[in-house]
Design a protein around this ligand. Structure first.
Ligand code: MSP
Length: 654
């Protein structure tokens, strides 16, 4: 019989910066879903990739002094790039698309032309606001406080000849799709789309640009490049071979079963994407699922805030499976989740180390100890086992209902109810007491079997979440290949009655929270520093000073005759200066952090002399020494302005 098909996608990622834990979240969720569907026997196509065109990429490459493709190749294929990250996270995508791939570009040109020939794309003139980082056009009314409604950054005026897509024509069918079907999930996202975008009136969408060149050229009108979202959205079809010869799976897998996307790009996927597909007279994807963001203390991760969480570091510290598990166990998929290292460590320690890890290691250790590793055939089952057996045998159905609804957290909650029940069952049956009585060996064997069977069922259902660890657990409990499968996950008794266990390494060692937090804190500090600009100077003042006012400042060269630290102050140095008048002048300056007194004696500095005298720590300071200040990697640096010693004391600076 032909297998049922399941086609799932992640958004294709902007390779403008290193991917962080937020990007990893969506990809891990999609991977878990793909693995779950494969487990259920589906023929799965799982697609991810990179979205490589647009002005932002062109700008970054220019800044770095490389070509856009050199920049992209490095961030996609280079060390610790996007492909490396997905390999590390054990992402089982069947295909990876780059929108700079030749076959994709050619397909997009054909798609653009088709919509043009149909009259759904027409030429006009674009006047509006453009957000470069988001590659988004906005109307005045869509701006929030005059800024981009998505990222809050500055937008700029843009006017140019451009092609437009007749989005307005599809307003009504798209509204119906959103309000009358379950196309967009979770349902809570529907109102936002309809009220914020459709009801105010859908305007036609600008779908070409002429002000930059890093995009797919409109082949029948050189100078125009295709708007990056048109290019990006159709990746879901070109990667199957739509209007190209690279692949041949479009008939097989299209329409997609689900596109997983973050909440800020739901607008593109639930309005623009179906409208363009309607225009092309193509079937619509079955669902778009708009998941929430991982946030830090309530705000979005961003490089500029210096709060991005690096998945490499977490995977290195805690293991890939632990990280995958945490992401889906802790946060409901549809809403935002507040990420913290404490939460991560807690989840690992409670669920994986205490509950799952302990159940597996205790059970295997007891089978080793009491039966030399192999269970005897003779067993004595009891009604006291019914509760555990009942729960474990019906787990698959509950889990399936949650997974079909993309409720990963709830699916895991069901599994952990059974794991916890099994741990309680150990306390109730007290195997260590049974072991003392030779006559109770058959009962002890039955208890062990029930535990192993429960572990087998739970492990099958955990395998999409923690694939590597699941394989190890199966090996430890001696599960044969035939009983690791979905069809046996609700068949109690599938494990051989005379199964042999194997002792192995501790799968999820308990984490010393204090130590791990301190280490992560130190790494984060270092990273924050690295993210800071190399060199920063104060912005120039925009207000002018009139010449006469400037001339009132009496700037002079002064010779440093003596210099000492001021008692009880860690900042102040007291300078005795020759200002050319023949009388010593005292100036105090808060620069001890940068200089030792003896370094400066004999040097020629610059001071402003006609400031009103000021008392500091019991000394009167008559003037101020001039220094140059700037910031290096977030640290303030200061250099006392020293001039040529040939300049005599008292020389006026003008
Ligand atoms: N290139 C577009 C997608 C085009 S799809 C045809 C894009 N790329 S992105 O790299 O900026 O974002 C990719 C995905 O990562 C989005 O779904 C976005 O919501 C998700 N995330 C980015 N930061 C996130 C969090 N902090 N938390 C969860 N997901 C987040 O948008």
């Amino acid at each position: 019989m032909e297998k049922k098909k399941f086609y799932i996608t992640t958004p294709i990622y902007y390779p403008s910066a290193k991917l962080h834990i937020g990007h990893t979240y969506c990809t891990v969720a999609a991977d878990t879903m793909a693995r779950y569907k494969r487990l259920c026997g589906y023929d799965v196509m799982f697609l991810t990739g990179t979205d490589e065109h647009g002005q932002k990429i062109e700008n970054i490459a220019k800044e770095k002094g490389v070509t856009p493709i050199e920049f992209l190749d490095n961030i996609v294929k280079g060390e610790k790039g996007i492909l490396d990250l997905w390999k590390l996270m054990n992402i089982s995508n069947d295909r990876f698309i780059r929108t700079t791939d030749d076959y994709h570009c050619k397909s997009i040109q054909k798609i653009f032309k088709k919509m043009y020939d149909k009259g759904d794309i027409y030429k006009g003139s674009y006047k509006g606001k453009y957000c470069t980082p988001c590659e988004s056009f906005w109307t005045e009314s869509q701006l929030v406080d005059g800024k981009c409604p998505d990222c809050g950054r500055e937008v700029h005026d843009a006017e140019e000849e451009a092609y437009f897509f007749r989005l307005s024509k599809y307003a009504e069918p798209v509204r119906k799709l959103l309000e009358e079907t379950d196309f967009l999930k979770p349902a809570s996202r529907v109102n936002e789309m309809v009220n914020n975008f459709i009801k105010p009136g859908l305007e036609d969408l600008c779908v070409s640009r002429t002000s930059f060149s890093w995009g797919i050229p409109v082949d029948f009108d050189p100078g125009h490049v295709v708007y990056v979202w048109v290019d990006a959205l159709f990746n879901y079809m070109t990667a199957l071979g739509y209007l190209n010869d690279k692949y041949d799976d479009c008939d097989k897998y299209w329409p997609a079963d689900v596109h997983f996307v973050g909440k800020e790009i739901v607008r593109f996927h639930s309005i623009i994407w179906p409208a363009m597909l309607m225009s092309m007279e193509l079937p619509l994807p079955k669902h778009v699922y708009g998941h929430g963001w991982l946030v830090i203390n309530g705000s979005k991760m961003s490089k500029s805030k210096g709060n991005v969480v690096d998945p490499y570091i977490l995977a290195e510290h805690f293991g890939v499976d632990a990280l995958r598990f945490f992401l889906l166990r802790t946060f409901p998929f549809g809403t935002d989740g507040n990420f913290s290292n404490e939460l991560l460590i807690n989840t690992i320690n409670i669920d994986l180390a205490n509950n799952l890890g302990n159940l597996v290691s205790r059970t295997c250790a007891m089978v080793e100890k009491y039966f030399g590793g192999t269970l005897p055939a003779e067993k004595e089952f009891d009604t006291a086992d019914d509760d555990l057996i009942g729960l474990a045998s019906t787990l698959r159905d509950k889990y399936e209902a949650e997974m079909e609804n993309y409720q990963f957290q709830n699916a895991l909650e069901e599994v952990f109810k059974v794991i916890n029940r099994a741990n309680k069952y150990i306390d109730e049956t007290m195997p260590w007491a049974l072991a003392k009585d030779e006559g109770k060996k058959p009962r002890l064997a039955a208890v062990m079997y029930n535990l192993l069977e429960t572990v087998r069922i739970c492990t099958t259902l955990l395998s999409p979440f923690i694939p590597e660890s699941a394989e190890k657990i199966f090996d430890y409990i001696g599960a044969c290949d035939g009983c690791r499968v979905w069809e046996k996950a609700n068949v109690w008794g599938s494990l051989s009655q005379t199964v042999s266990v194997k002792k192995g390494e501790n799968l999820f060692p308990r984490i010393d929270a204090e130590k791990a937090l301190a280490e992560l804190e130190a790494i984060a500090k270092e990273q924050k520093k690295e993210a800071l600009p190399e060199l920063e100077t104060e912005p120039l003042l925009s207000e002018n000073v009139d010449f006469d006012t400037f001339c009132k400042s009496d700037l002079r060269a002064v010779k440093i005759k003596a210099c000492e630290a001021v008692k009880k102050s860690d900042k102040l140095l007291k300078f005795t200066l020759d200002d050319g008048t023949g009388k010593d002048r005292t100036i105090l300056s808060g620069i001890h952090k940068y200089y030792e007194p003896e370094q400066l004696v004999g040097k020629t500095a610059v001071a402003i002399l006609n400031l009103p005298p000021r008392k500091m720590m019991g000394h009167e300071s008559c003037g101020m020494l001039i220094s140059a200040v700037h910031t290096e990697k977030g640290e303030e640096k200061l250099h006392l302005l020293l001039v040529d010693d040939a300049i005599p004391a008292g020389a006026k600076l003008c």
